[in-house]
Ligand binder design. Structure first.
Ligand code: G4P
Length: 533
């Protein structure tokens, strides 16, 4: 698995809660031979534990179980990065998408595109990440497939190219017609997902076809296929790689139907590690840009996630480092660009289920875990000595805000220290208002505040009250010149706050409010993430 010859496929699943991401993950891990039995992963009940991953967790005493799941598939080394949804939806979910080369989008076919999918799609768009789509839950009543495609195309502005076509849905679901080989993959509960029952459907009037799907569904299938061939262009791998076209599959993750074809196309078409944009010293907005190709000889990588342990007995944190180029070797001294220090990494973690070893080496596209006592930050670049800083790992506009009030006013210093550390780690964002020294915490998901509360009490001895704040978002601002900046800030001072890097942000009280300010200030640019230049 840790073999340099396998081409890496680093991907993530994006979906709205309940669309079936956890169910799909389990089926993918089953095909990857990471788990031996399906039916063990239950997101909401936390039973993922029964897989081999639980043992790794126990051994390492840390909670890493689902952050990175690696398995070989065909000629690829697959790395599936977890994108937490539900109540643990957080900025981590967005940041993970900066570390992948492709995504699998799961849609609940009864509902179509939902809110969280739109947000995750916006982030995937930042790097034009290629997307494979799975229309899930066809064993239940769904929207009409054309309606679903229309829904995706109009809301997400992506061109859908169906690879398979559903025959009925719900109790009438008979399977899918594969538009590529003109065969019907028959839907049967409890069938072996590796050898599904397939019938030749070159001739839709054949007795076998009619026997299986019935006259009514046969007529509809014939009409649908004709419409698809007239209206929808074939899949163009270049357009897929540019994030313009998405291959679409229909099926049921729960019944492991349609999953293999989806995994096959991910492994076939997803790009390997791509070049990454970086800046050269002095790492300012106007510093020279450079691009690091994956075959760049020297090792480079960046931290996209830091996971702290909530368990008091095991205080260590893990920084997840995405290797961008070269070869990382255990015991190698690597250069931590932000601090200028060279650090020997003697026990890097690699996230694979089979051999549970410390990583001896890692290649572009791999993810390694570094034990972190608090010195690493999100976005930190590591090199073999080169002075460069990867870009494209921004902060994302928080959507929920809290004001912290100390229960013990003498703990102000500890609060500042704790918040500084937690925001550097990427646990939460901390803003200071323009009109007062008040600190406001901003997060994408409410779990982030629970983590902050727990860790401030546990690690810094700070107990606070957390009060809601009437903002619904923030926007980073870009001005044409200093005069424009000071004028804007003096007029809108009550809605200005500064982020951890002292960049001015506009605090949004309502979308209407934001629209008004944008109309009044057409020359000022407003950004939903901090990675603007
Ligand atoms: P998520 O991680 O995206 O939140 O979704 P998850 O896989 O947990 O699936 C959400 C619910 O949808 C689960 O049911 C799951 O069993 C169901 N589901 C997923 N894929 C399919 C499918 O192809 N067909 C059908 N019919 N259901 C599907 P639940 O009742 O909420 O949970 P549970 O009690 O079954 O665990």
């Amino acid at each position: 698995m840790n073999n340099s010859t396998l081409k890496r496929c680093t991907f993530a699943i994006i979906s709205h809660p309940d669309a079936g991401k956890t169910t799909m993950t389990e089926k993918l891990l089953w095909f990857g031979r990471v788990i031996r039995k399906t039916g063990m992963v239950k997101s909401k009940h936390g039973n993922f534990a029964k897989s081999d991953w639980m043992e790794i967790e126990k051994e390492r005493g840390i909670s890493i179980s689902s952050s990175v799941m690696s398995f070989p598939y065909r000629e690829r080394a697959m790395h599936l990065l977890d994108t937490p949804g539900h109540k643990d939806f957080s900025e981590d979910t967005y940041r993970t998408l900066t570390a992948v080369e492709s995504v699998l989008m799961m849609i609940d076919s009864a509902k179509g595109v939902e809110e969280q999918t739109i947000k995750l799609m916006e982030v995937s768009r930042m790097r034009d990440t290629p997307i494979v789509t799975f229309m899930n839950k066809f064993d239940r009543d769904t929207m009409d497939p054309f309606e679903l495609i229309d829904n995706l195309e109009s809301i997400l502005s992506i061109q859908c190219v169906p690879m398979t076509w559903p025959i009925g849905s719900g109790v009438e679901f008979k399977g899918v017609y594969d538009l590529r080989d003109k065969k019907i993959r028959v839907f049967k509960e409890d069938q072996d997902p590796e050898s599904p029952f397939i019938i030749d459907a070159e001739d839709l009037n054949s007795e076998e076809v009619v026997n299986y799907i019935g006259e009514g569904l046969r007529d509809k299938l014939e009409a649908d296929i004709e419409m698809v061939s007239e209206l929808i262009p074939p899949l163009d791998p270049e357009e897929f790689l540019a994030g313009i076209q998405t291959p679409v599959f229909f099926g049921s993750a729960l019944n492991n139907f349609g999953v293999k074809e989806t995994l096959d196309i991910i492994s076939e078409l997803s790009p390997g590690p791509k070049a990454r944009e970086a800046k050269k010293e002095p790492f300012e907005a106007d510093s020279p840009d450079c691009s690091i190709e994956p075959d760049h000889k020297k090792f480079t990588g960046f931290v996209f996630k830091i996971q702290a342990n909530m368990d008091k007995k095991h205080r260590d944190r893990v920084a997840f480092l995405r290797v961008c180029s070269g070869v990382f070797q255990r015991n190698q001294k690597i250069h931590h660009v932000r601090t200028g220090k060279d650090i020997k990494i003697s026990s890097p973690l690699i996230f694979q289920a089979q051999d549970r070893e410390i990583a001896e080496e890692a290649y572009a596209g791999d993810i390694i875990g570094l034990h972190d006592s608090g010195k690493y930050h999100i976005g930190d670049t590591f090199t073999e000595g080169e002075k460069l800083q990867f870009t494209g790992i921004p902060n994302f506009a928080p959507e929920i805000f809290r004001k912290v009030t100390l229960k013990d006013p003498l703990k102000g210093k500890q609060l500042d220290k704790g918040l500084k550390q937690l925001s550097e780690e990427g646990t939460v964002q901390c803003f200071t208002r323009h009109t007062s020294p008040e600190k406001i915490l901003g997060a994408v998901g409410s779990l982030q505040f629970e983590v902050v509360k727990h860790r401030l009490e546990d690690e810094y001895g700070v107990r606070g009250e957390y009060e809601g704040f009437p903002f619904v978002g923030i926007r980073w601002l870009k001005f044409k010149n200093d005069h424009q900046k000071s004028q804007f800030i003096s007029i809108n001072g009550h809605n200005i706050a500064y982020d951890g890097k002292n960049r001015p942000c506009f605090c949004v009280r309502s979308e209407w409010d934001l629209k008004l300010v944008q109309e009044k200030n057409p020359e000022v640019e407003f950004f939903k993430n901090s990675d603007f230049r």
